[in-house]
Design a protein around this ligand. Structure first.
Ligand code: SAM
Length: 121
């Protein structure tokens, strides 16, 4: 789960989340918008990356990437706890008053997308 921030952000125009949310056990994109979405000023932006659902079809995607040389029974679960399609990201953002304005697919391993979502209300 995602803990609420110890220090509440104030007067934030851009909130950046990179290489973070999908490493937290039990956390989701809904959590991020739920916990932090209200702190961004209306008209401001949430910029974040998300592991693409394309990763789900890659070999060994369910295992921790540091454990691939171990026998399968000894491998830990993947450190990439959730993966999403762009449509899922857009639908999630819209529930919290955000509209995805830009998306960039990165050819990384695992594949990830970067989004910029604007708080419209
Ligand atoms: C992979 S590190 C990435 C840090 C930074 N974003 C970077 O790219 O260098 C994941 C971060 O998530 C934080 N974290 C772990 N559990 C958390 C939780 N339950 N709520 C909020 N942050 C958490 C850790 O303190 C750590 O800084």
């Amino acid at each position: 789960m995602l803990y609420p921030p110890k220090f509440l952000p104030e007067n934030v125009d851009v909130l950046l989340s990179v290489n973070w949310l999908y490493h937290i056990p039990g956390a989701s994109l809904d959590d991020m918008f739920n916990v932090y979405g209200e702190y961004v000023n209306p008209g401001g932006y949430m910029a974040f990356d998300c592991i693409s659902a394309r990763y789900n079809s890659k070999p060994n995607n369910t295992y921790h990437t540091a454990d691939l040389r171990l026998p399968p029974a000894k491998r830990r679960p993947s450190e990439y706890t959730f993966r999403m399609t762009s449509r899922e990201v857009e639908n999630c953002a819209s529930k919290y008053g955000y509209v995805v304005q830009k998306k960039r697919e990165l050819r990384t391993s695992p594949p990830r997308n970067v989004y910029i979502a604007k708080r419209c209300f």
